[in-house]
Design a protein around this ligand. Structure first.
Ligand code: APR
Length: 234
């Protein structure tokens, strides 16, 4: 029984029209991470942060899952139908819902989700598809204490217990479309190297020595379906 963990980053959604964070037209070229993606930045100027995520949220419906998202979902579907003996878990750094819209169910959002808010007063995490502002009342406790349910720099990523369990059990670790500069995700490959094979699918070669057994360069919509076809044909 194959146990595969796939870590995805912004690069897997790039061909769906969603901007990556770094690189040519990366989101962090126009915004300062400390203003947008830290609790301090939110405390200092919540409206600026809400507007940034409102803009990303408004762009999401027009983006469609691409061939790479669909290829991963097809592997999970083959496992569910018994056509393939294995388990494929997606651990995503992405806050979009393209894996789910492609049909994947075993998806762990370690950096949170764009389509969810979190009330800092009562803890409720409502699904949210429209704009949110500093005075938007929480649907549960009605206090104006909602924030994006996104993990910002300096905060603990979500679901690390189940992620670490799946990493410890896997025999193959695959990273797709991630620059490998943000921890703890960037350290996953080292944590599995002793017991699993590792593969990186990326557009560009990573800066510095890539600790992966294999590096497959190219657009994810080409490289990932080719890999999953081989995987399912076993
Ligand atoms: N196919 C494959 N890889 C691609 C493609 C593509 N079509 N387009 C871009 N890439 C690659 C880039 O070469 C780059 O290495 O995807 C990677 C995207 O890197 P980042 O923009 O840094 O995104 P990511 O690695 O997901 O960022 C990690 O940083 O800002 C935080 O929380 C944010 O989750 C994010 C984290």
């Amino acid at each position: 029984m194959r146990r595969i963990v796939v870590l995805t980053g912004a690069g897997i959604s790039q061909e769906s029209g969603l901007q990556t964070f770094r690189g040519a037209d990366g989101l962090w070229n126009n915004e300062h991470i400390e203003h947008i993606c830290t609790p301090q930045g939110f405390r200092r100027d919540p409206l600026r942060v809400d507007r940034f995520y409102n803009d990303l949220r408004a762009r999401l419906p027009a983006a469609q899952p691409n061939a790479a998202h669909l290829a991963l979902a097809a592997v999970e579907q083959a496992a569910r139908s018994g056509r393939w003996q294995g388990q494929l878990t997606i651990v995503t750094q992405n806050i979009d819902d393209l894996h789910e819209r492609a049909g994947s169910q075993d998806v762990i959002h370690m950096h949170g989700e764009l389509l969810r808010l979190r009330c800092t007063r009562c803890g409720m995490t409502p699904v949210w598809r429209t704009d949110c502002y500093p005075d938007t009342p929480c649907p549960a406790c009605h206090a104006p204490t909602l924030r994006p349910d996104i993990v910002w720099f300096g905060e603990m990523p979500y679901h690390m217990d189940i992620i670490e369990k799946r990493l410890a059990e896997c025999d193959l670790f695959v990273a797709i479309g991630t620059s490998g500069v943000v921890y703890p995700a960037a350290g996953f490959v080292d944590s599995v190297a002793a017991h699993a094979d590792t593969m990186l699918f990326n557009l560009e070669a990573p800066s510095g020595p890539a600790p992966f057994d294999q590096t497959i360069l190219g657009p994810a919509t080409h490289t990932v379906p080719a890999w999953t076809r081989d995987l399912l044909e076993g």
